[in-house]
Each structure stands twice: as structure tokens, then as C-alpha cells.
Design a protein around this ligand. Structure first.
Ligand SMILES: CC(C)(COP(=O)(O)OP(=O)(O)OC[C@H]1O[C@@H](n2cnc3c(N)ncnc32)[C@H](O)[C@@H]1OP(=O)(O)O)[C@@H](O)C(=O)NCCC(=O)NCCS
Length: 246
């Protein structure tokens, strides 16, 4: 397949969302974290803008630089979250048991019509909170994005990273991407196979499983809150009874 010669031009309305840089912190401190076997990935919608903003605002300065290619201010992050085009693009998230968005990826599709004569393209950008790194979530989101991009007839996935971004480039290389370094910057191009029955079914099953997982977590959280309030009431009652009997 022909390799596109220049990065996907994203429209002005979409900030330079997918530029990135180095990752030296992941999986470097302490004992290796356990790899997760299967993690549910949920498709995010415009309802999740606040959570997306909260996730990105939790990134420190260096991570913001890695993720956006510049040290995005809080205001720029809020603007980014407010202007994601959910009709055109896809955003995926991984939630922990407390329903905190700990990892997210943005798959930005080039605006239609795509450049004639060039492979249909999408650009991938990702972030994982520090506490969740080194457990395969970045790679999981990448695989998930590949599946969805294939199902949208995308032929090439593009990733822009700094040359020193070992984790991001490892994810891309592991998937078979061709990485081109130029000074401090690197570009990775992954040629995608066409969609098929397995990719369509795979995406559907994953979607459903992620929805169930989310609702189970939400239910467990509510039960925990009820148990918490009940134990508070019990403690207050016990205190009151003790006070009146003393
Ligand atoms: C890049 C990032 C998403 C990786 O997330 P992650 O969940 O920690 O990555 P994974 O656990 O899936 O690891 C993916 C691969 O990179 C390797 N890796 C992880 N951290 C690494 C590091 N610091 N140095 C070298 N390799 C590393 C892993 O070993 C794994 O390779 P393997 O499967 O061959 O063992 C995360 O570090 C991050 O959010 N960085 C800040 C934002 C950013 O750089 N985004 C990319 C912009 S597009």
C-alpha cells in the first residue's frame, strides 16, 4: 500500500489532539504491574465530555505535552473536550471500579471525502493515567481502535509521537506499524486489513460486554453507597440510643 507522505490534516475545529511525545514513566518504578487479560472498552459519547475533560486535566504538564504536542492549559483541554466531533470521530474509554475514566483514546477520522488516490486514514491519540500505566491499557485501546477503524473502511492508521516515546512507539511497532523517525519526532503508519465478519462481530460483542461491565460497576457502586449510608444511619442511631440511656 502507498504510504501517505504527510500527516493527516485535521480541521481547525479539531485541535492538534493526537500529537505526542516521550513516555519514560510508565512501568518503570517498582515491581511490574500485573497485565490485564481483557479490559472492557466503552465507546464514549458527547455525554462524557466532562469525564473526558476530567481525565485529561488529571494529566501533569509533561503528559499533556506528550499527548497534545504542547503543554495544554486547562482552558485548552476544556476546549478540546468541548469540541470533539462525536459524529465524525470515535472516542473510547476504560473505567475503573469507581467509574473513573482511567484511559481514553481518540480515533480522529479524516473529514470526508478523504483525499482521492490516498488510503482512507484515521489518527490515533491516547492517554492512560499514571496509576494505570504498564498494564496493557494503551495497547488495548490501540487494538480496539484498529478494529473500529477497519470496520469504517479505514486503510491506514496514523500516529504522531516524539521519537523518545518508547511506550507509544512500542505499541505501534507491536501492531506492525512502520515507524519513521525524523529528529525528535516520529510518525507511525499502520496498514489495516479490510473489515470482515469477525471484525464486525468482534466490535459488537466488545461493545455489549463493555456496556454490561459498566452497568455492573454502576450497580455495585450504588450498592456500596447504600451500604455506606446504612452504616452511617446505624452508627448515628447507636450514638443516640447510647446518649439517651446514659
Ligand atoms: C503512551 C501510553 C498511552 C502507554 O500506556 P500504557 O497503558 O502504559 O502502555 P501499555 O501498558 O499498553 O504498554 C505498551 C507497550 O509499551 C511498553 N512500555 C510501556 N511503558 C514503557 C516505557 N516507559 N518504556 C518502554 N516501553 C514501555 C510495554 O512494555 C508494552 O510493550 P510490550 O507489550 O511489548 O511489553 C501512556 O504512557 C501515556 O498515557 N502517556 C502520556 C500520553 C502519551 O504519550 N500519549 C501518546 C500520544 S498519541
Amino acid at each position: 500500500m502507498d504510504q501517505p507522505t504527510e500527516p493527516l490534516a485535521l480541521p481547525q475545529a479539531t485541535p492538534p489532539l493526537l500529537l505526542s511525545g516521550s513516555t519514560t514513566d510508565a512501568a518503570v518504578s517498582g515491581a511490574p504491574k500485573p497485565r490485564l487479560t481483557w479490559v472492557p472498552v466503552r465507546s464514549l459519547t458527547s455525554r462524557h465530555r466532562d469525564r473526558i475533560a476530567a481525565h485529561l486535566l488529571a494529566l501533569d504538564e509533561h503528559d499533556r505535552y506528550l499527548r497534545f504536542g504542547f503543554t495544554a492549559s486547562d482552558e485548552q483541554i476544556n476546549h478540546y473536550a468541548d469540541t470533539i466531533d462525536f459524529d465524525r470521530d470515535e472516542v473510547f474509554g476504560i473505567f475503573n471500579r469507581r467509574l473513573e475514566l482511567i484511559a481514553m483514546a481518540h480515533l480522529a477520522y479524516a473529514p470526508a471525502p478523504q483525499v482521492s488516490g490516498k488510503p482512507a486514514m484515521a489518527e490515533f491519540g491516547v492517554s492512560v493515567l499514571h496509576k494505570a500505566r504498564g498494564r496493557g491499557m494503551g495497547a488495548r485501546l490501540f487494538d480496539h481502535a484498529v478494529l473500529h477503524a477497519r470496520n469504517r473502511h479505514i486503510q491506514t492508521l496514523f500516529i504522531h509521537a516524539l521519537s523518545e516515546n518508547s511506550a507509544m512507539l512500542k505499541i505501534a511497532r507491536n501492531a506492525g506499524a512502520k515507524v519513521e523517525r525524523e529528529g525528535s519526532e516520529a510518525e507511525a503508519w499502520l496498514a489495516l486489513p479490510p473489515d470482515d465478519f469477525a471484525s464486525q462481530m468482534g466490535a459488537m460483542v466488545e461493545e455489549q460486554a463493555a456496556e454490561w461491565d459498566y452497568h455492573l460497576k454502576a450497580h455495585a457502586k450504588r450498592v456500596q453507597q447504600i451500604v455506606g449510608s446504612l452504616s452511617e444511619v446505624t452508627t448515628t442511631l447507636k450514638d443516640k440510643i447510647r446518649d439517651t440511656t446514659e
